[in-house]
Write a protein that binds this ligand. Structure first.
Ligand code: ATP
Length: 284
């Protein structure tokens, strides 16, 4: 979205030659046993390899600039580094090399976002709202809207039951609804839409479009190319931690689909077999 005074686009996230490396302890010994831990302590000071620490280089030299008002899809095969990149943008993982600059507080909404399973949906709406920096009054004012959006109460009074009694789809819907209640500077959604049913997905996609209009930037990780096509105007394609392509949704998805060999379109229904010819009526 352009700045009203200068007409320039406003950057919200800048990744500059970003590298993220995970370190896995005890990779050599196979188990995290007490002896392995003791031997690690004794070898402290030596390099990672000598201490049995394995490195996983999950994001390799990724650079891009995201602007206000953009909805950006993140695609790539399993383990290509999408979630890692989001976690790094949210400031949850340190950069090994390079930098991430963000304007405002990025919020990461993952399917694993931590709400309390033993609390009721109702309490979790309040907890989630507070965690996002909303005031009690704001939460109170939007409470019904959040519950209605989630559709949790469509089949009974589930919102007053503990979240552990929810199906994974119901829990994901509630998480999305809580996060979507606030206008975010940068909202990152990790596969949250995949768990809801079609009706909820449609509602969520509409809300993502609204959030964009309210001048935020939305990142969406999804294995569902249709969701990406319906919500994003730009796509980053990661493969083995590297940024393979960054461009308009149609162009990137075309290449990606050629790479994966699938178009992700609903298959055409098979033509119904023709009814066998009826026997001619017997002459009376
Ligand atoms: N906590 C961790 N410790 C060590 N390695 C990790 C950790 N989390 C992810 N990885 C590794 O980092 C790489 C990228 O993983 P990531 O979860 O970012 O991929 P992804 O593209 O989101 O995958 P998916 O589509 O399957 O969700 C993978 O090789 C994975 O094994």
């Amino acid at each position: 979205m352009a700045d009203e005074t200068t007409g320039a686009r406003v950057p919200t996230v800048i990744a500059d030659d970003l590298h993220i490396v995970y370190r896995v302890n005890g990779a050599r010994t196979g188990r995290g046993s007490a002896t392995a831990a003791l031997s690690r302590i004794l070898r402290r000071g030596k390099d990672d390899a000598a201490r049995g620490v394995r490195k996983v280089h999950a994001v390799r030299g990724v650079s891009f600039v995201a602007y206000r008002g953009e909805a950006i899809g993140l695609i790539g095969s399993n383990g290509s580094g999408k979630s890692t990149l989001l976690r790094a943008i949210a400031g949850l993982l340190p950069a090994e090399k390079g930098k991430v600059y963000t304007d405002g507080q990025p919020s990461l909404l993952g399917v694993n976002a931590a709400l309390m399973n033993d609390l009721t949906g109702e309490r979790n709406v309040i907890l989630g709202g507070l965690a996002m920096g909303m005031s009690r009054e704001e939460i109170k004012a939007r409470y019904q809207e959040i519950v209605d959006f989630s559709g949790i109460n469509e089949k009974g009074d589930f919102i007053t039951l503990p979240m552990r009694t929810y199906s994974s789809g119901m829990a994901a819907r509630l998480r999305f609804s809580i996060a979507a209640a606030k206008d975010h500077d940068v909202l990152m959604i990790d596969e949250a839409l995949a768990t809801g049913d079609r009706k909820f997905q449609k509602r969520s996609e509409a809300r993502i479009r609204e959030l964009r209009k309210e001048a935020g930037t939305v990142f969406l990780v999804s294995h569902n190319n249709k969701s990406i096509r319906d919500t994003c105007d730009r796509v980053l394609w990661l493969e083995r931690g590297e940024l393979r392509m960054d461009g308009p949704t149609d162009e990137v998805l075309r290449e990606y689909e050629a790479f994966t060999g699938g178009t992700d379109k609903p298959r055409k229904p098979k033509p119904k077999p023709k009814a066998p010819p009826r026997p001619a009526p017997l002459p009376s």
